[in-house]
Design a protein around this ligand. Structure first.
Ligand code: ADP
Length: 218
């Protein structure tokens, strides 16, 4: 059975999330109190309804308990976001994801017991800042406060070197988990793989050592 998602609040974030889930083949119920927004999204999602998510009966009548995951994507109206999250929690929805606008908003959502609280604006801001400071770092995932996985573009002057010559483990404590080449991705590459300009290496390691390596090659 296909996983079923409910997305509550179809603003810029919610609608983009709901569309991506639909395009990936999942069943998506979109809920928004704004009729115009729902009319616009109606043909694009599996189901779309006009409803105020702060009214408990709304969720009961939609059978929200049966959904695999509900996403609270209400932004500006923090009160509505928190009330919606509590109602979903009380109804026993298995997995709830909620978007927070501020640290305090996030803390409240965590206290209610929301499994996954996300901060899209804050995280995207940090990501763009990292990319501006370190242009060779194309993307990264923070694993913990100290460790990340980063995608690093290989500049021209490292072209022709093998992983062994680069010696990232000894010099920077970084492990290369994949090399993305024009021809395709090589997972767990061997030490003799030759890097070319514009290859992308995926490394895992301490944030400061990733930065140190990046500084060295920029
Ligand atoms: P974004 O920054 O992602 O665009 P917004 O806060 O602008 O987020 O949009 C959130 C959406 O949530 C809006 O379309 C709004 O109509 C909807 N919304 C807000 N409160 C409720 C509610 N109580 N019930 C249903 N939808 C709501």
């Amino acid at each position: 059975m296909k996983q079923q998602f409910a997305v509550i609040g179809l603003g810029r974030f919610g609608s983009s999330l709901a569309l991506t889930l639909t395009e990936s083949g999942y069943e998506v119920l979109g809920i928004d109190k704004d009729e115009e927004i729902v009319a616009d999204m109606a043909t694009k999602l599996t189901h779309c309804v006009v409803a105020d998510s702060t009214e408990e009966d709304v969720f009961r009548s939609l059978g929200i308990r049966n959904f695999d995951c509900a996403v609270v994507a209400i932004g500006d109206d923090i009160q509505a976001s928190i009330m919606t999250a509590i109602l979903l929690k009380d109804l026993g929805v298995k997995m709830i994801v909620a978007k927070a606008l501020s640290t305090l908003h996030g803390k409240v959502l965590e206290r209610i017991g929301i499994e996954k609280v996300i901060f899209p604006e804050r995280d995207m801001g940090a990501k763009v800042a990292h990319q501006l400071i370190s242009p060779n770092i194309l993307d990264y995932i923070e694993l913990s406060k100290d460790y990340s996985i980063a995608e690093i573009g290989i500049p021209a002057r490292l072209s022709g070197q093998s992983l062994m010559e680069l010696n990232l483990r000894a010099k920077f404590g970084l492990s290369v988990v994949a090399v993305n080449k024009k021809k395709g991705i090589v997972i767990a590459p061997s030490a003799d793989i030759i890097l070319e300009e514009k290859d992308i290496i995926v490394v895992i390691g301490l944030n400061e050592q990733i930065e140190e390596f990046e500084n060295k090659i920029s």
